[in-house]
Write a new protein. Structure first.
Length: 150
């Protein structure tokens, strides 16, 4: 996913926006590490602490999750993001909170338009917070299992 995004999508974004692409996650391969080159906007962070992750979320406008394959619900894909149809699989009501694109040009275009539209970003963030409360909060979990305890 990272290689596809870095090679096929990010160059299209960089044509229009001077932004960085932060690669965050454990088990970063040598091929992924090699993506970071001076001046190309790709920053390989690898594993980060909770504090560092919080800081990235606080300072970045948009998250991309360019998954290319996988199964089940992607628990990390519930935030203001652009993802692929694979990244949105198994998430009910996804069309209200995620921007889904599978083709490089469309993915890049959606990132550029959304990144540049602070009102759209605010709207997505509000919808995401509502979505998390409705589907992933303790209260939402209790609603699912309430019958089992009554």
């Amino acid at each position: 996913a990272v290689l596809w995004f870095a090679r096929e999508v990010f160059p299209l974004i960089r044509e229009k926006l001077s932004v960085n692409f932060y690669i965050v996650g454990s088990k970063v391969t040598e091929e992924i590490k090699a993506l970071e080159q001076p001046g190309n906007g790709i920053v390989v962070k690898g594993f980060v602490s909770e504090e560092e992750l919080s800081e990235l979320y606080r300072t970045c406008r948009l998250v991309v999750v360019p998954l290319r394959y996988g199964a089940g619900v992607k628990g990390k894909v519930v935030e203001p993001i652009v993802t692929t149809s694979v990244g949105s699989e198994g998430i009910p009501g996804v069309e209200d909170v995620l921007l889904v694109e599978d083709q490089p040009e469309a993915f890049a275009d959606t990132v550029v338009k959304t990144y540049s539209d602070t009102e759209k970003l605010r709207e997505l963030a509000e919808k995401t917070q509502s979505y998390i409360r409705d589907h992933f909060s303790i209260d939402a979990a209790w609603e699912v299992i309430r019958e089992d305890f009554e």
